[in-house]
Design a protein around this ligand. Structure first.
Ligand code: HEC
Length: 122
């Protein structure tokens, strides 16, 4: 019994290292986009979704927030919602303003990232 907990720890560390490597590899595969200032930004879903995470949280929701969670939501549902918001933009509605700023490729990256997140308790 006693030897169980210490034995599992290195496994978790190895898992985190593997995940980091996978993330780095996917960043490489998705390429990079240059900003107007020539700064290379990797086009990963996680990076592109950083703005959304402020309000929608990631795997965990923003504490105390009633904004709907996107973690685990099917990617096509997120993309459809964003297209609908963008189509009705101009009404001053919050998500309408936000949705207008994204092209289809970036939205797909964000939607896939959220779809792949396993929702966790707050
Ligand atoms: C400033 C806060 C804020 C930010 C930033 C934000 N959202 Fe939202 N979002 C909301 C709120 C509030 C709602 C629910 C009310 C509404 O529909 O306006 C919502 C609703 C949604 C919904 C519909 C959820 C459902 O269950 O129907 C989707 C999808 C969504 N947002 C995607 C995104 C994505 C993708 C991003 C990043 C590109 C983003 N949001 C950024 C506040 C935000």
């Amino acid at each position: 019994m006693q030897s169980r907990t210490p034995a599992r720890k290195p496994l978790r560390v190895a898992g985190a290292a593997l995940l980091g490597m996978a993330l780095a590899a996917s960043a490489w595969a998705e390429g990079a986009a240059s900003t107007a200032d020539g700064i290379d930004m990797p086009s990963t879903g996680a990076l592109r979704a950083a703005t959304c995470v402020t309000c929608h949280g990631a795997a965990r929701p923003v504490p105390g927030s009633r904004i709907p969670r996107l973690a685990g939501m099917p990617a096509d549902r997120i993309e459809r919602a964003m297209r609908d918001y963008a189509a009705h933009a101009g009404t001053g509605e919050l998500m309408g303003q936000i949705a207008r700023g994204y092209d289809a490729r970036t939205l797909a990256l964000i939607a896939q990232w959220y779809a792949g997140l396993k929702p966790e308790a707050p």
